[in-house]
Each structure stands twice: as structure tokens, then as C-alpha cells.
Design a protein around this ligand. Sequence first.
Ligand code: M6R
Length: 624
Amino acid sequence: MCGIIGYIGKQQATPILIEGLRRLEYRGYDSAGVAVLQNRELATRKKKGKIDEGLAKLVQANPIYGQVGMGHTRWATHGPPTDENSHPHLDQSGKLAVVHNGVIENFDSLKERFLEEGHTFKSATDTEVLAHLIGHHYDELMKSGKGNWTGEGTHPLAQAVMNALREVIGTYGIGVICTDHPGVMVGARRGSPLIVGVGEGEHFLASDASAIVSHTRTVIYLKDYDVVTLFPDKFKMDSLGSEVASFQLSKIEFDADAAERGKFAHYMLKEIFEQPKTVQNAIRGRLDAEDGTAKFGGLNMTTAELRAIDQIVITACGTSWHAALVGEYLIEEFAHIPVEVEYASEFRYRNAPIEKNTLVLVITQSGETADTLAGLRESKRRGHRVLSICNVVGSTIAREADGGIYLHAGPEIGVASTKAFVSQVSVLTMFALMMGRIRMLSNRRGSQIIKALEAIPDQIQKILDQSEEIKRIALKYAHAEDFFFLGRQYNFPVALEGALKLKEISYIHAEGYPAAEMKHGPIAMIDEKTPTVILAPTDALYEKTFSNLEEIKARKGPIIALATEGNDRIKEKVEDVIYLPATWEPLHPLLAVIPLQLLSYYIAVARGCDVDKPRNLAKSVTVE
Ligand code: M6R
């Protein structure tokens, strides 16, 4: 939530900041701004709205020049999206600028204090209060004569930032520059992601790697309480915590063009079409055909430890939570281990009794979701082993978990998660297989699962090849105001996911239900204007699902059925059918979700919605 980019070096900062902001825009797009040190003055440009419609035009009309600067793209928390509330924010003196991602919880009391001292505020944000607080501590340092820097130890600007942050309750990833120190930029983090990009004679500060990968692949993922002072040719790490400051240089894994839209109209469409490849990437090197099992490098658990697990709790949010639900079915089926799936936002505050030998799995695409991270920390605090299933390498959750499995899906930029879900379910399938093979699953059964999983990429491609037909169906229902999605067993979470996809990008009211639950209430909503997507593969419960379909039909509800190739009977009953290749029942979600993603996409486009930047949302939810 919110994107930060900073540059210090020999190049002009503004184009680097604008380009970086474009890449970070998926994190928030209510407003954007930049501050650049121009002739030892702070030049700021801020504008409500998306970057290309607002800030980029402003900067083009009124350029700023300088080699040190910071930019910010905002997802509003305190104060509505306006020019004034956009970052960067300045301190009382106007010499110091701050960009911030996170929430300053005690901003009210701090603001009161400064108002009493005669400070004036231009915005309704917590960040402006933080800027005043840092400015205040900087002035104090100057007055005390400790503001002169000899080139050794902590720089006074960093010291002021540290003194200020000791007064702060809340979360932050921040960048700070000051006109008194045109060759310095300070960054700090607690709870909100921030990375340093290390270049030759230049440094970058960014919320994530996609913003800077075209400039450098060498990065440092800041830890909570790290404070970094960047100069063009060096950096210094301090820590606000009890530990001595330390850092590790890492390499960005993906190519710059992995974060490009290419020939596709939207990132979401590109990511939907990438799915045959992302499944291949998720399973590559992890399937052991001979032993009929799966193997992972980073679990940091012995087979005996895995064998001793009596219960699994999976916690996640949004689409990742839907993947967790599929995981519950898979693990219980393959390994006979009881699984509980918890919304991370509920789990962290609930006093759920959890058995001693419980493994906690956290699932997250970004690895930065605040609620999921809090669930992980609470589980670790209680002494449970926590494994993450995560996409973003080096993210906070991936680093804080005891071990984990990366998705290797490449950057997911579209706010609506697509390829991450399919990769998460692929990984969960392999995890369930491995757990099953440690317990009671036979080698023969394991080999069958492997075979079925290996066929999935081609089968997804077959569904993608039907995209024109799915588009035709989407256009037919694009005017609907309510939608239902129904599925049984493994397909129930997919129904939830189909409804979420449609809601978040087209703003159509949509609900997902277990097919048989309709008759317990929701069927009252069915009429000839309310379409239902029913997931009806030819599986063990097909006849039951077919009866549910009949119940909708009897109430004149239009039906789009997802059926298995060869099922001609269903055609006579429903308005539209999308055929899916036959697969083994537990793997059906990997196929069934694809047409639902496409359906939502084409409906949203037909309704003129901004698919990659749906209203009110942000990709990575780093606030509670
Ligand atoms: O990065 P995470 O997987 O932890 O994100 C969880 C949710 O915020 C995310 O899945 C959200 O629901 C998406 N917008 C769904 O498309």
C-alpha cells in the first residue's frame, strides 16, 4: 500500500522517479508526488489521480532538475485523495521532505503538541505530522551543536530520523531528504517494506524491486528498525532496535521485462495468459516421479518433524485465503491431517486453542500483507513452526517464516490476483502430496497425482485458447448487476474466487456459495436478470450439482456452466457452457479458475472499468 521511490546519484532524478512510480502504481493510485533537491531548494510536484493523468503532466509542464529526489504513489488512509494530502510532505521549516508508507497511530497527540507550539499543517495526513516531528528533532540536534558531521558515525539527518521514530507508534517505510544535506537520503522501516538498490555511484530506495530492477539488481531488503543513510557512493546502516545493524546484499531474480505489460492490454490479461508457464515454474524440479512424491528445498524441517505434525492451520487473506481453502481439501484428502483455514485478520486476534504439534502455513503473494504477517508473528510467538507459501522473494513474510516455498510466478502487477492463485494451488497440491507420502498415500497414487499435475499447463493453454468464446459470453452478461458462483467440494473455493474477481474489477455484486447452500437462502435472489456460474465437472458429485442447476433453472435464472469436455447433456439445460479438459477431481480448481478470471476480465473491460487499478484497492495491503 503506497509506493516509495528515491534516487541519489549523478543522473537526473525526476525521470527515474516518474518511471519508478509508474511501476509502483499498483500499490496505490489515489494521488502521486515527487520532491527533488533543485539548487539546494526542495521542489515538489503533487497531484491527485493516476500518475499519467496527473503528476506526469504536471512535471512535464513544470520540470524539476536535480540528482536527489523521492516520489510517492498513495493509497489514502488519513485524509481523502487530494493534491494537499499527496506526499512528499514537508516539515515546519520547509527544508525537509518525507515520503511514507504505513500508519502513524499516535499522530493526533503529536499534532496537538506541534499545534500548541505554533506549527501549521497543510494536509490531513499522519505523514505531515511525522515530517514535523523529524524536523523538530533535526532542529534540536542543530541547537545542541551535534549537527555537524565529520564523515564518521551516524549522519545528523539519520540521527534526527532515529530520534523522531523513537516517539512514533505505528508502521512506516520512509524516505527523508533535507536541503541542508543535498548529498544524503535517509530511509527507515518498521512494518512497511523498503529496499535499497545499490548501483555504481548511485543508490535507490523503493517499496519493491520492480521499481528499480531496470537500474540495478543488487538490493538490500531492510529489516524492521533498520535506518539507512544513502550517499551517491556509499551507504551506512543503523538500527533502532536492540541488535547491531547488519545487512545482506541480495540479487533480484526476475528480468525487467517480467514487470512489463508487453503486447497485452492489461497486466491482468498478461498474467492470466502466463499461467501455463507459472505452473511449470512452480512444479519444476519439485516432483519426484520415482518415489511418487514432491520435494522442497526450503522447508527447514526433517521428514521426522513433518511426520510428527498432527494439525495444520493455514492463514491468509483474499485470494490467498481461497487458495488456502483448496489446500484444506487437498491436505485432508492426501494426508489425512486435520486442517483449519483462518482469515489472518481474525486469526491474529482470536485466542484459538492450537494443539502442540501444529504447523502453521501462511499463504501470500506479496509477502507483505499486514494481517498475514501479524498472524505469522503471533504463531511464532506461541512457539509454532511457520512455513510460508509466498511469491515475492525476500519479502518480510518469506524472511520471517521458519521455512517456506516460493511460487516462482514472477511479478504479479494486476491488483486482481490471478497467476498467484494458480501457483499457490499448485504448490499446495505438491505439499499435500509430500505430506501424504510421508503418511498413508501409496507410491501408485502419488505417481497418478504427479502425472495429472504435469498435464495441467497444457490443459490451461487449451482453456486460454477458448478466450474468444469466453469473451462472447462475458459480453452477453456484462450488464448484470448481481451474479452467483456455485461449486461443490474442491470447486467451492473456486466459486468464492470467481465472485471476488468479478466484484473487485467490475463492481458487480457477486457471491460464491457451495452449490447446495443456495436453497438455504440465496436462491431467493434468483430471477431472469441474475446469472449463475455453476462449476459442474463430471465428478463424484456431478448428479447432485446437476440438481442444483435444475433448481436455478426452475426459477428462470440464466446459467453459465463449466463442464467437462464430452458432457453434451448439459448444453440443453443451460444458456452457455465453457468446456474444460478432464482432470483428476482434486486438481480441478487449477483449470476451473481460468475461465472465471477471463469472464471477470472481459466483463470489466466491457463496463469500462480500469482493470489493473480497480477503485479503492491496492495490490499489497500493508495496513491492518
Ligand atoms: O499478497 P497477498 O496474497 O497476501 O494478498 C492478499 C489479498 O490482499 C489479495 O489476494 C487480494 O484479495 C487481491 N486483490 C485479490 O485479487
